[in-house]
Design a protein around this ligand. Structure first.
Ligand SMILES: *[C@@H]1O[C@H](CO)[C@@H](O)[C@H](O)[C@H]1NC(C)=O
Length: 287
């Protein structure tokens, strides 16, 4: 009896330690604030998760309280179920510096019931964007939570869906290709209506009779170099996301990345000759 109690105590201690050491994921308000329409973002599960609402009155949005220079940001999102055509849910990082803006975008474009959600990614470096790629998801992102991650270090930017890299933008500064490196970025998310372009190029309109449209977020995890913070956010061992394991895709990731590109990519600006008669340099240097 005494022995089993001791074991129980030990077990509880280990549990308590492991919980307090990891310290993540954070509650929503630890790292974020609401930037657009308080009434359309509801905290649930003691503030560990949120519900975003889009209706005819408003969409909504939130942003991180701090900015970061490099790091890894992830959250679990459960997108709008059923008929989500005309809605856009975005998760992105942005330097908020107008003309020389850096930005890393995940945009989830809704669709009619039964049609696949599209994930659009885009990258702005030093004010220049127009680098859209699109993949259709290989699962229903409204049926359950999935993890969406932006990894950004001195070597590359990787967009992950669960453990699968769907996009890589390498640091090719040596070839004169711009790379976001000097400006810290905040973390943002918004849910809004964009039926003039989102679904099948704007052909599918939002069906307001299906409103309110609801998306759910949880497991907010920002691991980055906060600014203002350490004098520089260099490649140092204290910034784990700069470590050798994160400087390029590993073999498993590279395999998954190829699989996505071969089976799920539906648009790539790199191969859009009507927009880019001359292939953009990062498309040649990349991959
Ligand atoms: C919506 O579904 C259509 C039909 O399957 C597909 O062509 C399109 O890529 C999907 N996504 C968007 C955002 O339109």
């Amino acid at each position: 009896m005494a022995l089993s109690n001791a074991f129980l105590l030990l077990f509880c201690c280990i549990l308590a330690i492991s919980v307090s050491v990891s310290g993540r994921p954070a509650t929503f308000l630890e790292d974020f604030r609401i930037t657009w329409s308080d009434s359309h973002i509801r905290q649930i599960d003691g503030g560990r998760a949120i519900q975003l609402v889009l209706d005819q009155n408003s969409g909504c949005g939130f942003a991180s309280k701090r900015q970061y220079l490099f790091g890894r940001v992830s959250m679990k999102i459960k997108l709008i179920p059923g008929d989500s055509a005309g809605t856009v849910t975005a998760f992105y990082m942005n330097s908020d510096t107008d003309t020389v803006r850096d930005e890393l975008d995940f945009e989830f474009l809704g669709n009619r019931s039964g049609q696949p959600y599209t994930v659009q990614t885009n990258i702005y470096a030093h004010g220049k964007g127009d680098r859209e790629q699109r993949v259709n998801l290989w699962f229903d992102p409204a049926a359950d939570f999935h993890t969406y991650t932006i990894m950004w270090n001195h070597h590359h930017i990787v967009f992950y869906v669960d453990e699968v890299p769907i996009r890589v933008y390498k640091n090719n500064e040596a070839r004169n290709i711009p790379y976001p490196k000097f400006q810290p970025m905040g973390v943002y998310s918004t849910l809004w209506e964009a039926d003039d372009w989102a679904t099948r190029g704007g052909l599918e309109k939002i069906d307001w009779s299906k409103a309110p449209f609801l998306a759910y977020y949880k497991d907010f995890d920002i691991e980055g170099c906060p600014v203002p913070g350490p004098a520089n956010c260099a490649s140092s061992p204290s910034n784990w996301w700069e470590g050798t394991a994160y400087q390029a895709l590993n073999a498993m990731e590279a395999r998954r990345y190829r699989w996505v590109r071969m089976n799920h990519m539906i648009y790539n600006y790199c191969t859009d000759k009507s927009r880019y008669p001359v292939t953009p340099p990062e498309c040649m240097a990349g991959i």
